[in-house]
Design a protein around this ligand. Structure first.
Ligand code: FES
Ligand SMILES: [Fe+2]
Length: 426
């Protein structure tokens, strides 16, 4: 691959972009991977057109005609529960007549989607059901072939709906590899899950891969999120035991950070942040988990946090609340982030309120964590533009069996990225 860079970024015209030397314990990533328009264009083709990408959660389209519209990769699609079929359809959001987007709102319920341009209408299973002045077309045109075009592949893993634009991709379950076990923990602990209405949407002036790295980066937590930890201590949370955990690469670029929770969790570990009146309900939830899943699995669900990265751009953080977050690259130095909150559907209102508070306190766009992370990522991107340094170093932990705060998961992400981009391992 031959590439050029803008003058402010390190000059590099050919790979390697990921430089790994296991003997020297060296792992470096070339900074042009974060700044080059050519690499950015190639990522769309080799990564976003080939991977399974998260579309939404089945609870968002419970009833026939329920729909949500969103970008997946860099394409506009919408997910809708079909009335005739009962299934979840994901369609390219484009009219088969002359191209206009037929789904024009972010969410809602519709019997038909009528294109606003010339008023062709499609039902929730994509069939073309209305064409004004149909007789003007005579008998030649096959209207039955002009239904909405479904995305090549759509699969649902335990409520998480994914789409893939590559008809030849492996199935979703194979793609998820070791990440399945962690999604299972989240889903089993939550029971009948729903995405709470409302989304957090924000943009970050940084390359999308910086957020993938950040999502499973334990190393930055204490320094970047110092304010939050001080806040917890002020509330009476005992952090003296530190954060104990493990980190794992899960195959296909996915990774997880799993660690004992220093903070409370609505499923099902009480801490002062929840208030004393929530104590009894949280004990009941915990007893229920033990009954359903046994002591060991229940303890893992309740006492450990999971920061899960599903390659390339889905994050499920099961921490003091559960967030599902995707991020879409829109330029080499900019991404758009959408985050949702997932919770048990039958949760008591008081506990739901505490979960929402807990979510916003740390994870929300104005919380203790997200602005800190955004600042860090944007600062990196600005640092790249300053030039002078060509490589990022990601070698922490290579000289030992990697620990939770080492950079092994990020290396796993980059190895997979490199494999997809240049067709060979680093
Ligand atoms: S473009 Fe949709 S009806 Fe013409
Ligand atoms: Fe962070």
């Amino acid at each position: 691959m031959t590439l050029t860079n803008s003058p402010s970024t390190p000059t590099r015209t050919a790979g390697p972009f990921v430089d790994e030397d296991r003997e020297q314990h060296r792992f470096r990533v070339h900074r042009s991977t974060m700044t080059s328009p050519e690499i950015f264009a190639l990522e769309r083709e080799r990564i976003f057109a080939r991977c399974w990408l998260y579309v939404g959660h089945e609870s968002e389209v419970r009833e026939a005609g329920d729909y949500v519209r969103r970008p997946v990769g860099d394409r506009q699609v919408f997910m809708v529960r079909g009335k005739k079929s009962g299934r979840i359809n994901v369609f390219h959001n484009t009219c088969t007549h002359r191209g206009a987007m037929v789904c024009r709102k972010d969410a809602g319920n519709a019997k038909v989607f009528q294109c606003f341009y010339h008023a062709w209408s499609f039902d929730s299973d994509g069939t073309l059901v209305g064409v004004p002045d149909r007789e003007a077309y005579g008998d030649g045109l096959d209207f039955s072939a002009l239904g909405l075009r479904p995305v090549a592949r759509v699969e649902n893993y335990r409520g998480f709906v994914f789409a893939c634009f590559d008809p030849d991709a492996v199935g979703l379950v194979d793609y998820l590899a070791g990440a399945k076990e962690y999604l299972d923990l989240v889903v089993d602990a939550t029971g009948d899950a729903e995405i709470i209405t409302g989304t957090n949407q924000y943009a970050i002036d940084a390359n999308w891969k910086l957020l993938a790295e950040n999502s499973v980066d334990g190393y930055h937590a204490v320094s970047t999120h110092d304010t939050y930890f001080k806040y917890l201590v002020a509330l009476g949370t005992d952090l003296s035991g530190g954060v104990n955990g493990t980190a794992k690469a899960l195959g296909n670029g996915h990774a997880v950070l799993e660690y004992a929770a220093p903070w409370g969790r609505p499923v099902a570990k009480w801490e002062p942040l929840f208030g004393s009146d929530a104590r009894a309900e949280i004990s009941r939830l915990r007893a229920d988990l033990v009954e359903r899943h046994g002591e060991a699995r229940a303890a893992r669900m309740a006492d450990t946090n999971r920061n899960l990265l599903i390659y390339p751009n889905l994050v499920v953080n099961d921490i003091m609340a559960i967030t599902v977050r995707t991020f879409m690259p829109v330029a080499p130095g900019r991404m758009e982030v959408t985050a949702w909150e997932m919770a048990p559907r039958d949760e008591l209102p008081e506990l739901r309120q505490r979960r929402l508070d807990s979510f916003l306190t740390f994870l929300g766009p104005g919380g203790f964590a997200t602005p800190d992370d955004i600042e860090a990522l944007e600062s990196c991107q600005q640092g790249f533009a300053s030039g002078g340094v060509e490589w990022n170093d990601l070698s922490r932990g290579m000289a030992r069996e990697p620990l939770a705060n080492d950079e092994e998961r990020m290396r796993a992400f980059w190895r997979r990225w490199n494999e997809q981009m240049v067709g060979s391992p680093a």
